[in-house]
Design a protein around this ligand. Structure first.
Ligand code: 5RP
Length: 260
């Protein structure tokens, strides 16, 4: 079921004067989706705080509403060290899954959303903590601009990340490529552009980015096969996890609810 809202549903407070109008428009859409998701938060909730440029808007907004006294008794569970820092900077009280094993609502961005609301996440490097916290959430609201919508997982031609242990990562990368040989899979170690060193996750692991030339078919079977490989920690396909996806586009905001 999808509901469309007018784009002026929330007041835009962005005064940024970016020299790149296309990028600014996309960031505005991310902000609109994020603000809409925050409307689902009620005082007293334990809230999963996502990672990335879209989730950042949600975290800022939650901090703002706490400061205004509109939201009280909120406990935030951050999905990355970066979000942890950001949430502290806007004075959101924080905890973790050990103390709060049940999360009322998680809000996070995504890299791809397919028509069944399956996701690719982790291009921002935080897929493991995101998956743990979003798995523990009674409701998981995904916030995206419309560029993230794909016909099938992998359909953007961009990376589907897999977090792996650093030990013999080339072996693991090769096994991953073999697993999806028929989909023309290419596996690449993620590198930090600034240093040229391997990108290290918050959990001290590496990330292997998988690129597919065509659909990998049954996502559940693909995910299970990846997880059976020794050396793999977790993959970036979030299958059947989103309860709602909020999509902001030029035509307005659409809330897609997962039929269960
Ligand atoms: O999965 C993620 C981080 O691991 C992000 O949610 C995803 O990469 C989307 O990021 P952005 O909102 O910056 O486009």
């Amino acid at each position: 079921m999808a509901t469309t809202y007018a784009p002026h549903f929330i007041a835009s407070e962005t005064t940024s004067s970016s020299s790149n109008p296309i990028k600014m428009a996309q960031d505005e859409l991310k902000k609109i989706a994020a603000y809409k998701a925050v409307e689902f938060i009620k005082s007293g909730m334990v809230v999963g705080l996502g990672t990335g440029s879209t989730a950042k808007h949600a975290v800022d907004r939650i901090g703002e509403l706490i400061q205004q006294g509109v939201l009280t008794d909120i406990v935030g569970i951050p999905t990355s060290k970066k979000t942890h820092e950001q949430a502290l900077s806007v004075h959101i009280p924080l905890s973790d899954l050990d103390t709060h094993p049940v999360v009322d609502l998680a809000i996070d961005g995504a890299d791809e959303v397919d028509p069944d609301l399956n996701l690719v996440k982790g291009r921002g490097g935080s897929l493991l903590r995101e998956k743990m916290i979003e798995f523990a959430s009674k409701k998981f609201v995904v916030i995206v601009d419309e560029t993230k919508l794909v016909d099938y997982i992998g359909g953007s031609g961009l990376a589907m990340p897999v977090e792996v242990v650093p030990f013999c990562w080339k072996f693991t990368a090769h096994k991953l490529e073999l697993l999806f040989k028929e989909s023309g899979c290419v596996a690449k170690l993620r590198i930090c552009p600034e240093t040229g060193d391997p990108f290290v996750t918050d959990n001290s692991n590496y990330t292997i980015d998988l690129f597919f030339k065509k659909s990998i078919g049954d996502l559940k079977a693909a995910g299970d096969a990846i997880l059976r490989l020794p050396g793999v920690v977790e993959h970036g396909m979030f299958i059947d996890m989103a309860t709602a996806v909020i999509v902001a586009g030029d035509g307005g905001v659409t809330v897609k609810n997962k039929e269960r």
